[in-house]
Design a protein around this ligand. Structure first.
Ligand SMILES: [Zn+2]
Length: 66
């Protein structure tokens, strides 16, 4: 519990004029959430959902066969 993951930062657009906060704007992630730990460096991403978005698979996952 409480394990921090690093997400890939991905802008969902500037919606600050529609109530989006500055924090939400700068902490949007590729997996679609607002998270405290984000990075622009794909090599530092540990969130598997974000990794899937950028076409990388976590090392411990094996591709399905069949
Ligand atoms: Zn993520």
């Amino acid at each position: 519990m409480g394990q921090k993951k690093t997400h890939l930062y991905k802008s969902h657009g500037d919606h600050r004029s529609a109530g989006q906060t500055q924090y939400e704007y700068t902490h949007s992630t590729a997996c679609g959430y607002v998270r405290g730990s984000v990075t622009n460096h794909p090599a530092r991403v540990t969130c598997k959902h974000c990794l899937r978005k950028i076409g990388k698979q976590p090392n411990h996952e094996h591709p399905r066969t069949g």
